[in-house]
Write a protein of this length. Structure first.
Length: 314
Protein backbone atom coordinates (compact mmCIF):
# COMPACT_ATOMS: atom_id res chain seq x y z
CA UNK A 1 0.00 0.00 0.00
CA UNK A 2 1.17 3.52 -0.82
CA UNK A 3 -0.15 6.87 0.39
CA UNK A 4 0.57 9.95 -1.74
CA UNK A 5 -0.03 13.46 -0.48
CA UNK A 6 0.33 16.77 -2.36
CA UNK A 7 0.35 20.10 -0.56
CA UNK A 8 0.06 23.69 -1.81
CA UNK A 9 2.59 26.45 -1.20
CA UNK A 10 1.41 29.93 -0.29
CA UNK A 11 2.00 33.63 -0.75
CA UNK A 12 1.94 35.43 2.58
CA UNK A 13 0.67 38.97 2.00
CA UNK A 14 1.62 39.96 5.52
CA UNK A 15 1.00 40.11 9.25
CA UNK A 16 -1.61 42.74 10.03
CA UNK A 17 -0.70 43.91 13.53
CA UNK A 18 2.67 43.59 15.25
CA UNK A 19 1.77 46.04 18.01
CA UNK A 20 -0.25 43.42 19.85
CA UNK A 21 -2.03 45.64 22.36
CA UNK A 22 -5.44 43.99 21.88
CA UNK A 23 -6.51 40.55 23.04
CA UNK A 24 -4.93 38.91 20.02
CA UNK A 25 -1.54 39.20 18.33
CA UNK A 26 -0.56 39.22 14.66
CA UNK A 27 -3.42 38.30 12.30
CA UNK A 28 -2.45 37.57 8.70
CA UNK A 29 -3.65 37.13 5.14
CA UNK A 30 -2.39 34.97 2.28
CA UNK A 31 -3.33 32.67 -0.57
CA UNK A 32 -2.60 29.00 -1.27
CA UNK A 33 -0.77 28.21 -4.54
CA UNK A 34 -0.83 25.18 -6.81
CA UNK A 35 2.93 25.50 -7.49
CA UNK A 36 5.48 24.99 -6.13
CA UNK A 37 4.23 22.06 -4.10
CA UNK A 38 5.38 19.32 -1.77
CA UNK A 39 4.72 15.67 -2.59
CA UNK A 40 5.10 12.95 0.06
CA UNK A 41 4.94 9.21 -0.56
CA UNK A 42 4.53 6.73 2.30
CA UNK A 43 4.80 3.00 1.62
CA UNK A 44 4.88 -0.17 3.70
CA UNK A 45 8.29 -1.39 4.83
CA UNK A 46 9.91 -3.51 7.50
CA UNK A 47 11.94 -0.60 8.88
CA UNK A 48 11.26 3.11 9.42
CA UNK A 49 13.18 5.22 6.91
CA UNK A 50 12.90 8.78 5.61
CA UNK A 51 14.33 9.99 2.30
CA UNK A 52 14.65 13.16 0.28
CA UNK A 53 14.80 16.26 2.49
CA UNK A 54 17.13 17.05 5.38
CA UNK A 55 14.33 18.37 7.63
CA UNK A 56 12.04 15.42 6.96
CA UNK A 57 13.43 12.88 9.52
CA UNK A 58 12.86 15.32 12.41
CA UNK A 59 9.17 15.77 11.52
CA UNK A 60 8.61 12.09 10.82
CA UNK A 61 10.17 10.95 14.11
CA UNK A 62 8.20 13.51 16.10
CA UNK A 63 4.91 12.25 14.64
CA UNK A 64 5.93 8.62 15.03
CA UNK A 65 6.83 9.06 18.69
CA UNK A 66 3.90 11.29 19.67
CA UNK A 67 1.24 9.08 18.08
CA UNK A 68 3.08 5.84 18.98
CA UNK A 69 3.19 4.49 15.44
CA UNK A 70 4.79 1.05 15.50
CA UNK A 71 4.54 0.03 11.85
CA UNK A 72 7.52 0.22 9.55
CA UNK A 73 7.29 2.55 6.57
CA UNK A 74 9.31 4.35 3.97
CA UNK A 75 8.64 8.09 3.79
CA UNK A 76 9.91 9.80 0.67
CA UNK A 77 9.85 13.52 -0.11
CA UNK A 78 9.40 13.36 -3.89
CA UNK A 79 9.08 17.09 -4.44
CA UNK A 80 9.38 20.06 -2.10
CA UNK A 81 8.88 23.81 -1.94
CA UNK A 82 12.19 25.76 -1.95
CA UNK A 83 13.11 26.36 1.71
CA UNK A 84 13.39 29.79 3.36
CA UNK A 85 12.28 31.82 0.34
CA UNK A 86 8.90 32.97 1.69
CA UNK A 87 6.59 30.33 0.19
CA UNK A 88 5.83 28.32 3.33
CA UNK A 89 8.02 25.24 2.87
CA UNK A 90 8.38 24.28 6.54
CA UNK A 91 4.69 24.12 7.40
CA UNK A 92 3.78 22.21 4.23
CA UNK A 93 6.64 19.74 4.64
CA UNK A 94 5.91 19.03 8.30
CA UNK A 95 2.13 18.79 7.96
CA UNK A 96 2.48 16.83 4.72
CA UNK A 97 4.73 14.20 6.28
CA UNK A 98 2.66 13.96 9.44
CA UNK A 99 -0.73 13.77 7.73
CA UNK A 100 0.47 11.23 5.15
CA UNK A 101 1.89 9.02 7.90
CA UNK A 102 -1.33 9.13 9.92
CA UNK A 103 -3.49 8.45 6.87
CA UNK A 104 -1.26 5.53 5.95
CA UNK A 105 -1.88 3.81 9.28
CA UNK A 106 -5.57 4.73 9.37
CA UNK A 107 -5.45 7.35 12.16
CA UNK A 108 -7.86 10.30 11.97
CA UNK A 109 -6.24 13.40 13.49
CA UNK A 110 -7.28 17.01 12.87
CA UNK A 111 -4.92 19.32 10.99
CA UNK A 112 -5.03 21.71 13.97
CA UNK A 113 -3.93 19.04 16.43
CA UNK A 114 -1.15 17.89 14.11
CA UNK A 115 0.03 21.49 13.72
CA UNK A 116 0.30 21.85 17.50
CA UNK A 117 2.30 18.61 17.76
CA UNK A 118 4.69 19.85 15.08
CA UNK A 119 5.06 23.36 16.52
CA UNK A 120 3.48 25.15 13.58
CA UNK A 121 1.23 28.23 13.66
CA UNK A 122 3.03 30.12 16.40
CA UNK A 123 2.40 33.40 14.58
CA UNK A 124 0.47 32.87 11.36
CA UNK A 125 -2.24 30.42 10.38
CA UNK A 126 -1.89 30.93 6.63
CA UNK A 127 0.17 27.76 6.09
CA UNK A 128 -2.09 25.60 8.27
CA UNK A 129 -5.34 26.71 6.67
CA UNK A 130 -3.84 26.69 3.18
CA UNK A 131 -3.05 23.03 3.85
CA UNK A 132 -6.55 22.35 5.19
CA UNK A 133 -8.74 24.45 2.89
CA UNK A 134 -6.79 26.22 0.13
CA UNK A 135 -8.02 29.57 -1.20
CA UNK A 136 -7.45 33.01 0.26
CA UNK A 137 -7.12 32.82 4.03
CA UNK A 138 -7.52 35.46 6.76
CA UNK A 139 -6.66 34.52 10.32
CA UNK A 140 -7.43 36.49 13.47
CA UNK A 141 -4.13 36.05 15.22
CA UNK A 142 -3.28 34.18 18.40
CA UNK A 143 -4.37 34.42 22.01
CA UNK A 144 -2.29 32.83 24.76
CA UNK A 145 -0.85 29.58 23.34
CA UNK A 146 -3.68 28.84 20.91
CA UNK A 147 -3.36 28.40 17.16
CA UNK A 148 -4.33 31.41 15.05
CA UNK A 149 -8.09 31.47 14.64
CA UNK A 150 -9.51 31.20 11.12
CA UNK A 151 -11.70 34.23 10.37
CA UNK A 152 -12.56 33.60 6.74
CA UNK A 153 -11.64 31.65 3.66
CA UNK A 154 -12.50 32.66 0.08
CA UNK A 155 -12.36 30.88 -3.26
CA UNK A 156 -9.69 32.55 -5.38
CA UNK A 157 -10.24 32.98 -9.14
CA UNK A 158 -8.20 30.33 -10.92
CA UNK A 159 -7.76 32.52 -14.00
CA UNK A 160 -5.81 35.02 -11.88
CA UNK A 161 -2.15 34.00 -11.86
CA UNK A 162 0.95 34.92 -9.91
CA UNK A 163 4.35 35.38 -11.51
CA UNK A 164 6.90 34.80 -8.74
CA UNK A 165 10.56 35.77 -8.74
CA UNK A 166 13.10 34.17 -6.41
CA UNK A 167 16.36 36.13 -6.82
CA UNK A 168 19.73 34.69 -5.90
CA UNK A 169 20.12 36.65 -2.69
CA UNK A 170 20.28 35.56 0.94
CA UNK A 171 17.39 33.50 2.27
CA UNK A 172 14.61 34.95 4.39
CA UNK A 173 15.06 34.89 8.13
CA UNK A 174 13.60 32.11 10.30
CA UNK A 175 13.95 30.47 13.68
CA UNK A 176 15.57 32.40 16.52
CA UNK A 177 16.55 35.31 14.26
CA UNK A 178 12.90 35.75 13.29
CA UNK A 179 11.76 35.55 16.93
CA UNK A 180 14.19 38.27 17.97
CA UNK A 181 13.24 40.53 15.05
CA UNK A 182 9.54 40.27 15.81
CA UNK A 183 10.02 40.94 19.52
CA UNK A 184 12.08 44.02 18.68
CA UNK A 185 9.40 45.21 16.26
CA UNK A 186 6.58 44.83 18.80
CA UNK A 187 8.60 46.72 21.42
CA UNK A 188 9.28 49.56 18.96
CA UNK A 189 5.63 49.89 17.89
CA UNK A 190 4.44 49.97 21.49
CA UNK A 191 7.04 52.55 22.51
CA UNK A 192 5.88 54.80 19.67
CA UNK A 193 2.21 53.94 20.28
CA UNK A 194 1.92 53.57 16.54
CA UNK A 195 -1.45 52.71 15.00
CA UNK A 196 -1.42 49.74 12.62
CA UNK A 197 -5.09 50.15 11.65
CA UNK A 198 -4.47 51.03 7.98
CA UNK A 199 -3.76 47.38 7.12
CA UNK A 200 -7.23 46.40 8.35
CA UNK A 201 -8.88 49.27 6.46
CA UNK A 202 -7.26 48.16 3.19
CA UNK A 203 -8.11 44.50 3.86
CA UNK A 204 -11.78 44.89 4.68
CA UNK A 205 -12.71 47.89 2.52
CA UNK A 206 -10.67 47.17 -0.59
CA UNK A 207 -9.05 43.74 -0.83
CA UNK A 208 -11.96 41.50 0.19
CA UNK A 209 -14.66 43.43 -1.72
CA UNK A 210 -12.51 43.37 -4.87
CA UNK A 211 -12.03 39.62 -4.52
CA UNK A 212 -15.76 39.03 -4.05
CA UNK A 213 -16.51 41.17 -7.11
CA UNK A 214 -13.77 39.37 -9.08
CA UNK A 215 -12.22 42.76 -9.83
CA UNK A 216 -8.59 41.88 -10.59
CA UNK A 217 -7.50 45.48 -10.98
CA UNK A 218 -9.02 46.51 -7.65
CA UNK A 219 -7.59 43.44 -5.94
CA UNK A 220 -4.14 44.12 -7.38
CA UNK A 221 -4.20 47.70 -6.17
CA UNK A 222 -5.29 46.46 -2.75
CA UNK A 223 -2.46 43.95 -2.34
CA UNK A 224 0.08 46.53 -3.48
CA UNK A 225 -1.24 48.99 -0.89
CA UNK A 226 -1.49 46.31 1.81
CA UNK A 227 2.08 45.13 1.15
CA UNK A 228 3.39 48.67 1.48
CA UNK A 229 1.54 49.22 4.76
CA UNK A 230 2.89 45.93 6.12
CA UNK A 231 6.33 46.86 4.81
CA UNK A 232 6.27 50.22 6.60
CA UNK A 233 5.46 48.41 9.83
CA UNK A 234 8.30 45.93 9.29
CA UNK A 235 10.79 48.55 8.06
CA UNK A 236 12.17 48.82 11.60
CA UNK A 237 13.62 45.31 11.34
CA UNK A 238 14.07 44.68 7.59
CA UNK A 239 15.60 48.04 6.69
CA UNK A 240 12.89 49.30 4.37
CA UNK A 241 9.45 48.58 2.96
CA UNK A 242 11.01 45.53 1.31
CA UNK A 243 13.78 43.37 2.66
CA UNK A 244 16.34 44.30 0.02
CA UNK A 245 16.77 46.92 -2.71
CA UNK A 246 16.62 44.15 -5.32
CA UNK A 247 13.20 42.98 -4.12
CA UNK A 248 11.97 46.57 -4.19
CA UNK A 249 13.33 46.98 -7.72
CA UNK A 250 11.69 43.68 -8.74
CA UNK A 251 8.30 44.70 -7.37
CA UNK A 252 8.47 48.01 -9.23
CA UNK A 253 9.55 46.18 -12.39
CA UNK A 254 6.49 43.92 -12.25
CA UNK A 255 4.14 46.87 -11.76
CA UNK A 256 5.76 48.78 -14.62
CA UNK A 257 5.36 45.75 -16.88
CA UNK A 258 1.65 45.23 -16.40
CA UNK A 259 1.16 43.40 -13.09
CA UNK A 260 -2.12 44.41 -11.44
CA UNK A 261 -0.44 44.27 -8.04
CA UNK A 262 2.85 43.15 -6.54
CA UNK A 263 4.67 42.57 -3.27
CA UNK A 264 7.03 40.47 -1.19
CA UNK A 265 5.90 37.13 0.25
CA UNK A 266 6.67 36.89 3.98
CA UNK A 267 10.38 37.76 4.56
CA UNK A 268 11.19 37.03 0.91
CA UNK A 269 13.29 36.81 -1.10
CA UNK A 270 10.28 35.67 -3.16
CA UNK A 271 8.35 38.54 -4.68
CA UNK A 272 5.34 38.31 -6.95
CA UNK A 273 3.08 40.03 -9.42
CA UNK A 274 -0.62 39.38 -10.00
CA UNK A 275 -1.60 38.89 -13.63
CA UNK A 276 -4.13 37.03 -15.78
CA UNK A 277 -4.21 34.13 -18.23
CA UNK A 278 -3.65 36.40 -21.23
CA UNK A 279 -0.63 38.27 -19.86
CA UNK A 280 1.32 35.89 -17.62
CA UNK A 281 3.72 34.54 -20.25
CA UNK A 282 4.98 37.96 -21.33
CA UNK A 283 5.37 39.06 -17.71
CA UNK A 284 7.23 35.86 -16.78
CA UNK A 285 9.62 36.22 -19.74
CA UNK A 286 10.38 39.81 -18.81
CA UNK A 287 10.96 38.86 -15.19
CA UNK A 288 13.44 36.16 -16.26
CA UNK A 289 15.37 38.81 -18.20
CA UNK A 290 15.26 41.10 -15.15
CA UNK A 291 16.67 38.40 -12.86
CA UNK A 292 19.39 37.47 -15.36
CA UNK A 293 20.57 41.08 -15.27
CA UNK A 294 20.52 41.14 -11.46
CA UNK A 295 22.42 38.04 -10.40
CA UNK A 296 20.08 35.31 -11.57
CA UNK A 297 17.17 33.52 -9.98
CA UNK A 298 14.07 31.45 -10.64
CA UNK A 299 10.67 32.40 -12.03
CA UNK A 300 7.55 30.42 -11.12
CA UNK A 301 4.09 30.89 -12.61
CA UNK A 302 1.28 29.66 -10.37
CA UNK A 303 -2.45 29.86 -9.87
CA UNK A 304 -4.40 29.52 -6.62
CA UNK A 305 -5.03 26.17 -4.97
CA UNK A 306 -8.64 26.08 -3.74
CA UNK A 307 -8.70 22.57 -2.24
CA UNK A 308 -5.71 22.44 0.10
CA UNK A 309 -3.70 19.25 0.52
CA UNK A 310 -4.85 16.20 -1.47
CA UNK A 311 -4.18 12.61 -0.39
CA UNK A 312 -4.78 9.31 -2.16
CA UNK A 313 -4.07 5.70 -1.19
CA UNK A 314 -3.20 3.14 -3.86
Amino acid sequence: MKTILKTPSRIHFGILDMKGDLKRMYGSVGVALSDPRTIIEVSDANDFQVFGEERAPLYAKRVRNYFKIKRGMNIRVVESIPPHVGLGSGTQLSLGIGYAMLKHVGMEVSIERLAKVLGRGKRSGIGIYSFKHGGLIIDGGIKDDELPILISRYEFPEDWLFVIGIPNIEEGISGKEEDISLRDLTKKLREENRCTCETFRVLFLELIPSLMEKDIQGFGEAITRLEREVGRMFSYVQGGIFRSPLIEKGVEFLLENGAYGAGQSSWGPAFYGLTDKDSYQKLADRLRDFLRKHGGGEVIVSRANNIGAHVITI
